[in-house]
Design a protein. Structure first.
Length: 322
């Protein structure tokens, strides 16, 4: 058991380190190719930030642990909304500009509904063509995002303009092309190795404790995958950048469903078990509760943040004791 726990921690550390290297080097390549920063942020960085979840779910699917693949993605979304946003609101109330997030919020709702209908229709599973549907929806979403971003914000950001005028460049941008490519491959390799370690150790721990892969995926794996978002959002919250935490949470939740489960579903049909219907229904209810919260006073208050954290505690009690 000790070996599995150590390997689980090492695997999560590798996922975080690999994602950091992969994102930085991918951004470096994109900039060398003169790709606008706004497209880099909406595609390269967004995809890179979901890399740990993608690798864990795909690795789980390939190893036959399809329930773990689904539960970890759904669990990450529940954790992101209730804990990441809840804790950030406890630190400092989160102001909400409804116009900025409303469209993305409804995309998230539609994605959850599509997944729920798919699971109910196909006997608690996600077929391979269902995974293809999720990926197709993601492509449409990214295209619309990029078109909107280019229409409203073209070229490089003001901060980048100031940086270039002052003659300073990022460390990644100044590196040789071959080194940046090598770092991209290295980061991807570390992510894959970390994902394999997480899946293997999580399955072993579940077997040793006599609990299901669903519970491990909804708790341990979901927490480990969402840890970077929690740390980043807390730092942003302390600096008064709560809006950044809100935007990244919604975007991450959309990618967790469409990209993570889409790719895993294409690789292998995902038999998720009957309990995933309950988990997805809970996620859908949480999304609407979240919608009600940010419609009251155009912010998420400390009391509402505490309520979200307590909701997560109640849900953990349910999955462990029911």
């Amino acid at each position: 058991m000790l070996l599995e726990i150590v390997l689980l921690v090492v695997g999560f550390a590798a996922l975080i380190l690999g994602a950091e290297i992969f994102v930085d080097s991918s951004v470096g390549i994109a900039r060398k190719l003169k790709i606008p920063n706004v497209i880099i942020g909406l595609t390269v960085v967004a995809l890179g930030s979901c890399a740990p979840e993608v690798v864990v779910s795909v690795s789980a699917a390939l190893s036959g642990s399809t329930e773990l693949a689904v539960s970890s993605a759904v669990g990450s979304n529940i954790f992101n909304i209730l804990i990441v946003l809840g804790v950030c609101a406890l630190v400092k109330p989160i102001p909400v500009n409804i116009k900025e997030i409303l469209w993305d919020f409804w995309v998230l709702i539609v994605a959850v509904v599509i997944l729920l209908v798919m699971v109910i229709t196909f006997n608690d599973s996600i077929p391979q063509f269902g995974g293809a549907i999720l990926i197709a929806a993601l492509i449409v979403y990214i295209i619309l995002l990029v078109r909107y971003a280019l229409k409203n914000k073209t070229g490089i950001t003001q901060q980048d303009e100031e940086t270039e005028k002052s003659g300073t460049k990022s460390e990644t941008k100044s590196k040789p092309v071959l080194l940046v490519i090598f770092l991209t491959i290295l980061g991807a390799g570390i992510i894959i190795a970390g994902g394999q370690a997480v899946v293997w150790s999580a399955v072993k721990i579940a077997s040793s404790l006599g609990i299901t892969e669903r519970v491990v995926g909804l708790t341990v794996v979901a927490f480990g995958n969402s840890l970077p978002e929690l740390v980043t959002s807390l730092i942003a919250s302390r600096k008064g950048e709560n809006a950044m935490a809100l935007g990244s949470m919604i975007g991450s939740s959309i990618f967790n469903i469409l990209l993570v489960l889409g790719l895993a579903g294409i690789v292998m049909p995902l038999a998720s078990g009957t309990d995933v219907i309950i988990d997805l229904s809970v996620l859908l209810v949480i999304c609407f509760v979240f919608f009600l919260f940010f419609n009251t006073g155009r912010r998420i208050s400390r009391l509402e943040g505490l309520t979200m954290v307590m909701m997560y505690g109640a849900y953990m009690g349910y999955i462990f004791f029911m």
